[in-house]
Ligand binder design. Structure first.
Ligand SMILES: [Zn+2]
Ligand SMILES: [Zn+2]
Length: 315
């Protein structure tokens, strides 16, 4: 098998230590390590990442490139292809925290309007009991799962803190309106989950349309990411005709954000064996709308036992 050089190892280590990175940061590391500018020689960059992926495939891992669907920005990260979605969070988060995360993800991706976000109040009101089978792993088929006390007793304020933590870790993010959206780590890591849940793909890039424009025709399932739509509009100039129902899409391209034109130079998904989506506005965590609940006050200290590894993987 091909052997990776120290340069490949350095890039892998940087991603392991720092977690998923936005494109600029990742390209900078690449340039620092290799002395090459990716835009000057895209083929070298593609070969470099391809070589890493060949080796990582032996351990069921992948260097993946995807777009953050919230803002269209490209990000890179190492993804464990073997883990189910729960075990991706399992070493750091407790069972109720994972249940909350799964509930939020489901609520966001199952939104037929594909807004890509839910209100904080909806997120806080997600019933963890509904997630218990997923969160607690395989249960006996015959008896209904027993709801662990940690789930039953998980308070609003614990949920609130968990959402903050998930935002810090880039599993979630917050929109400028203070709603809860997926973070770019979710777009990188949960690709197969979105696919398995049958989320309609974007007409242009074929990635799941979690945060996308939906064809206004009732019953028409066509979705297009806003950034894909902008590119399409730039090329077609005037309008977009729905490939399924034939109507003209009434969306005008926003003028403020210039469309990235580097897309053709990006490693293709096959080249990187990756997917393409995008991440989120930077989530320094302060804008999320706060809702005060007169009923539910203090965190009940009792319930959640966090994994001992909780803090060790923190960045
Ligand atoms: Zn798209
Ligand atoms: Zn349509």
């Amino acid at each position: 098998m091909a052997v990776l050089s120290w340069k490949h190892h350095t890039v892998i280590q940087a991603l392991m230590a720092r977690g998923p990175l936005l494109e600029d940061e990742f390209r900078k590391i690449y340039a620092d390590v290799t002395g090459k500018n990716h835009s000057a020689n895209q083929k070298d960059f593609n070969d470099f990442t391809l070589k890493i992926n060949k080796e990582l495939s032996f351990v069921q891992m992948e260097l993946r490139c995807c777009r953050n669907q919230n803002d269209g920005r490209v990000c890179y990260g190492l993804v464990n292809n073997i883990a189910d979605e729960q075990s991706k969070l399992g070493t750091k988060y407790s069972i109720p925290q994972i249940a909350l995360f799964k509930g939020i993800v489901e609520a966001i991706v199952q939104d037929e309007a594909a807004h890509g976000c839910i209100s904080t109040i909806t997120a806080l009101n997600i019933r963890l009991e509904n997630q218990v089978q997923l969160a607690a792993g395989s249960q006996s088929q015959d008896s209904p799962p027993e709801i662990p006390a940690a789930i039953r007793n998980f308070s609003m304020s614990q949920k609130d803190r968990t959402i903050d933590e998930l935002i810090r870790d880039k599993w979630l993010s917050q929109t400028t309106d203070g709603d809860v959206a997926l973070g770019f780590r979710s777009y990188l890591d949960l690709r197969s989950l979105f696919h398995n849940m049958g989320i309609p793909p974007c007409e242009v890039c074929n990635e799941s349309g979690v945060n996308a424009k939906v064809c206004p025709t009732e019953g028409c399932n066509v979705r297009i990411h806003e950034y894909c739509l902008r590119k399409k509009l730039q090329r077609k100039k005037d309008k977009i005709v729905c490939s399924s129902c034939g109507i003209n899409w009434p969306f005008a391209a926003p003028k403020s954000e210039p469309v990235e034109e580097e897309e053709d130079e990006q490693p293709t998904q096959t080249q990187m064996q990756t997917q393409t989506q995008t991440q989120q506005p930077s989530s320094s965590g302060s804008k999320r709308k706060r809702y005060r609940f007169s009923v539910d006050v203090e965190p009940d200290s009792a319930s959640v036992r966090r994994s001992t590894r909780f803090s060790t993987r923190r960045r």
